[in-house]
Design a protein around this ligand. Sequence first.
Ligand code: ZN
Length: 304
Amino acid sequence: MRPSDWFLPALWSAMAAVLVGALVGREAEALAGFGVGAVVFIAGLAVGLRGRVRRAQVVSRPFPEAWRAWLDRHVPLYAAGSNADRQRFERTVLVALDAWSIEGVDGVTVDDTLRLAVAAGAGVMLWGRPDWDVPAGRSILLYPGTFDDEYSTIDSADFDGMAHPQGPVILSAPAVLSGWKRTDGYNVVLHELAHVFDFDPEGADGLPAFLDPRSVDAWKDLVRTEMRRAKLGKGVLRSYAATNPAELFAVATEQFFERPARLRQHHPELFEALAALYNVVPPDEELQSPGGSLMARRWSAGDA
Ligand SMILES: [Zn+2]
């Protein structure tokens, strides 16, 4: 726990303790006021630090080597990272696994790989932004395949994922795994998490909550331009990005992390905006290959 984690809970508890202690001291006697104040301080501190203590416990859990091997094979950002970056990623994964309930529906068995494949999305999106919080209390439901808007897995269903502002995030389990297998610009975990980061009380509007307020106007202009291009089939964003600003942001996020070089070549402004937003420049896809990237080999040699 950092000193800054202690400061605010301690300050509020001390203020409450002084206030209550002074009141009791005035009505009864000074010693009683001091005693009650001390109890209020300790109770306030315990409540204020509960979440932080929990987090400290969670991130100290061991991270299995098999998970590291999976991440090296499937997540280029992790494979290319320094030891410190990788450790931070692992802590984010542990926090996400603690914060989210991940359940299978219609016979889907949720094993460690599926859990890791979901939580890895948080690791990627918070890679350059460790100050952002993992969205808390999310329920993730994993379906056996694509589903329709009534959550039916009929043959004509074509949703791989769906995120609700207050409700669960629904994902097709096969799409979760295939999203990490290829760097093809499709990754349903990153797509739906982009929506989750985009949610505010009015829903998803393509204006992520963490966007710098000074960048809002420029971002809106950029989104309008890119939606027009997607609608006309220009550039590399699939036409679904033209649906609305929220889908533009989600589709662009997938491309940014999966095929950054291609996005930078065809949409330089959008690439720069996302690089500033996520505070990262992902490794070019030309340097990646399925089943263990060049970057991973180069970095693991350097780290050894
Ligand atoms: Zn979407």
